[in-house]
Write a protein that binds this ligand. Structure first.
Ligand code: HEC
Ligand code: HEC
Length: 357
């Protein structure tokens, strides 16, 4: 088991929010304690919560890969492929909903799903997760310490992991030092021009929000950029007809096992036609390291992402546009130099913890 991370997270847990980030809201229903964070960390790195004992949260959210797997779509037990790109869990504690389609609200709820998703942990159900915890005396002891009970439940699993994830907070990038810290020298001229484009001509900030005192780079909304449209373009009516799912558990299986259902995006939660193909605006912090990009990992580099935006939601101006595309996505008319500068700016969002030693 990885134990190195604990000293870092304990330090983060005890200090205030880093430069560029707001204070984290901790709900009264799941207060933060050091013992809970430690239990959560153990669970996060423990592969016992998978059918063949090989897959932990950290398999797909690897601290050495900025808490992603750097794969287009994730791979779970028996080499089974999902449909979606693993987002980083760095700063996920700030999101108002979790998953690309926001099908759950809290980190504690979110954590309950991977162990029992057939293409992730592959366990049968939550009682199996609980019995794995019960068989490990260390977990029994720690749950008692943290939650004051011998009756382990699946919510203890989720709440402890949430507490751990709330410590994975990273700001203080070169952008933060420039923008919030007043250090003019933190960005070079190209990067400053990239920032100006991000705020102006590129209109990126409309969705990847920068506020007065902090920057989460997300508006926590669901928007359609046209990504993945070609996968459902031909048979959308029959996909919609086939998709008749109402509870989150079945939804979690359906969207991660069926590529076409996955492309319905936010629609699976709201059942609103306008939400077809809409996905959550992801944070851009550490984006240099969280490749490949978009909900389906279909864009390989940041350069490609910028090309996508510059063409109004497609890689080539000859490709068809999705009819569901958000009104905020239009051709930008950026020059080659401007596109380079935007990429240079995005690379200033890497936090110091992520810098190569
Ligand atoms: C097999 C790979 C895999 C495993 C194992 C896995 N995840 Fe994920 N994780 C993903 C993928 C893929 C998504 C996106 C799925 C979606 O949006 O439908 C995701 C989404 C998330 C999110 C939402 C982030 C956001 O930006 O919305 C969090 C938080 C998260 N995972 C934490 C965990 C935790 C905690 C565990 C262990 C209990 C775990 N993951 C296990 C692949 C994995
Ligand atoms: C209308 C809202 C909106 C605007 C404007 C916008 N984005 Fe995005 N951005 C999103 C959404 C939503 C996604 C995820 C879409 C998906 O996966 O289907 C995304 C994804 C990304 C990603 C991939 C991140 C990842 O982890 O996969 C990058 C990089 C990015 N945007 C940068 C930019 C830049 C640079 C601009 C300006 C040129 C911009 N965005 C403008 C909403 C927006």
């Amino acid at each position: 088991m990885k134990t190195l991370y604990i000293s870092v997270i304990t330090a983060a847990f005890l200090s205030a929010a880093p430069l560029g980030l707001p204070k984290l809201h901790i709900p009264e229903s799941n207060p933060q304690t050091k013992a809970k964070v430690e239990l959560g960390e153990m669970l996060f790195f423990d592969p016992s919560f998978s059918r063949d004992g090989t897959i932990s949260c950290a398999t797909c959210h690897d601290p050495d890969k900025a808490f992603t797997d750097q794969l287009p779509v994730s791979v779970g037990i028996d080499g089974k492929k999902g449909t979606r790109n693993a987002p980083t869990v760095i700063n996920a504690a700030y999101y108002t909903s979790q998953f690309w389609d926001g099908r759950v609200q809290s980190l504690a709820e979110q954590a309950k799903f991977p162990p029992i998703n057939p293409v992730e942990g592959g366990l049968h159900d939550w009682s199996e997760v609980v019995s794995i915890m019960k068989k490990n005396p260390e977990y029994v002891k720690r749950v008692k310490e943290v939650f004051g009970t011998d009756e382990i439940t699946i919510d203890h699993f989720g709440m402890a992991i949430e507490a751990f994830e709330r410590t994975i907070i990273e700001g203080d990038s070169r952008f933060d030092r420039y923008y919030f810290g007043g250090d003019e020298s933190a960005l070079n001229e190209r990067e400053r021009n990239g920032l100006a484009l991000f705020l102006g001509k590129g209109r990126c900030v409309e969705c990847h929000t920068i506020s007065q005192t902090h920057a989460l780079f997300t508006n926590n909304k669901f928007l359609n950029l046209g990504v993945g449209w070609s996968k459902i373009e031909k048979d959308l009516p029959s996909i919609l007809k086939a998709y008749d799912i109402k509870d989150t558990l079945a939804e979690d299986e359906a969207v991660l096992m069926n590529e076409k259902f996955s492309e319905l995006g936010r629609y699976v939660v709201t059942k609103e036609i306008d939400d077809i193909g809409a996905f959550k605006t992801p944070t851009l912090r550490n984006v240099e390291l969280t490749f490949p990009y978009m909900h389906d990992g279909s864009l390989t580099t940041l350069e490609e992402v910028i090309v996508w935006y510059n063409n109004g939601g497609r890689l080539s101006p000859d490709d068809p546009l999705s009819p569901f595309i958000d009104g905020g996505i239009r051709e930008l008319g950026l020059t080659a130099q401007e596109m380079e500068d935007l990429v240079a700016f995005l690379k200033t969002l890497t936090s110091p913890q992520r810098m190569k030693k």
